[in-house]
Design a protein around this ligand. Structure first.
Ligand code: 13P
Ligand code: SF4
Length: 339
């Protein structure tokens, strides 16, 4: 009798292939999964050797989830970064402002972003200079004015803010901050959503997420008509006319929890497409219809890039002390107010 010995890498590749092919997307044939399995092995070896942890945002590629120690939304990732213990290095598979937040909480650790081009259209829409100017102008009119910045902004914008917020706690923070007038930067859609839920005056900024802002009510209505009873879950970065059609307006991780616990089994997930991958992998018995909108910044992070980042220790996030301390104050305030 002859026995065929299968190498552990081939077995891992086949297992990965079964898992990723189930997502029904191109790019996950067996050859690609063999390459990914080898990269995953090497990343895990380097993580142990260097004492590194990998934090990944919900929008990351599914193969990135395979090397992540933690996957979450911006709020969960900020909390997790604040609690990192016993690691020398944090590799952040997400976008620049998220890696900066990890650095704010970990000045003594090396924080790496695998691709330095991984920015965010929202973060680009507000500079510290423009915010300082607008804040001074508005304080003349509203002396009690407070600035709440959505975490999708740079650390120097956070440093000029009274508190930060994420999509998971924006309303709570705006309600809890001790002012009736809140300048809310930089997402106008999130600001409008908060305004629709509070009696305070929310003054918005002219910024948006290019991914969510392009989604139209027409696209949502088409799916609602085609699939009666489908539950629509929308991210608050979507336009107001899209949010009006939603059954629930939620952060990315809150969408996962909602889909898990809801009695419904069909959902239209109105946010970046990557979240549907996480939903399909974690809740295979339900049906998810997606927006097919990809964030080009999030997708700049690849498994190969993550391996290269760990191997060559790049690209390191650095922040001046005063900016780091100012941003930390605003982030800590968010955690207090949004708790
Ligand atoms: P969440 O905080 O809901 O994960 O959103 C982050 C983000 O960038 C959405 O576009
Ligand atoms: Fe920024 Fe939008 Fe991409 Fe989120 S999805 S990182 S808000 S550009």
């Amino acid at each position: 009798m002859t026995f065929e010995l299968q190498s552990s890498t081939t077995a891992a590749a086949e297992q990965l292939h079964r898992k990723l092919a189930a997502l029904g997307q191109d790019g996950y044939d067996l050859a690609a999964c063999e390459r990914y399995a080898a990269q995953i092995d090497e990343i895990n070896r380097l993580k142990a050797e260097r004492g590194a942890v990998v934090l990944a945002h919900n929008y990351q590629r599914p193969e990135i989830f395979e090397v992540a120690d933690f996957i979450g939304d911006s709020l969960e990732l900020a909390r997790k970064a604040r609690e990192v213990r016993g690691a020398e290095i944090i590799v952040f598979c997400g976008v620049h402002f998220m890696a900066e937040t990890a650095k704010v909480f970990n000045p003594e650790r090396m924080v790496l972003l695998p691709d330095r081009r991984a920015g965010c259209s929202l973060a680009e829409s507000v500079t510290a200079e423009a915010l300082a100017e607008r804040k001074a102008e508005l304080r003349e009119i509203y002396p009690d004015l407070k600035v709440v910045s959505y975490v999708n902004c740079t650390a120097d914008v956070k440093a000029l803010s009274d508190a930060c917020c994420t999509s998971a706690n924006a309303l709570k923070v705006a309600e809890a901050i001790d002012s009736e007038h809140v300048l809310f930067v930089p997402d106008q859609n999130l600001a409008n959503y908060v305004q629709s839920q509070t009696r305070k005056q929310i003054i918005s900024w002219d910024g948006n997420c290019y991914v969510h802002h392009q989604i139209t009510p027409d696209e949502v209505n088409k799916v609602k008509r085609a699939i009666p009873g489908i539950k629509v879950l929308a991210h608050p970065e979507c336009r107001t006319d899209v949010l009006r059609l939603a059954d629930a307006v939620l952060s990315t991780s809150a969408m996962v929890r909602y889909a898990e616990t809801s009695a419904a089994d069909k959902f239209l997930v109105v946010t970046e497409c990557g979240l549907s991958d996480r939903l399909l992998m974690e809740i295979p018995n339900k049906h998810f219809y997606k927006s097919c909108k990809l964030c080009r910044y999030m997708k700049m992070i690849t498994l190969g890039g993550t391996l290269d980042s760990l191997r060559n220790l790049r690209f390191e996030i650095e922040l001046p002390d005063d900016v780091r301390q100012g941003a930390r104050r605003a982030l800590e305030r968010m955690l207090e107010l949004g708790a």
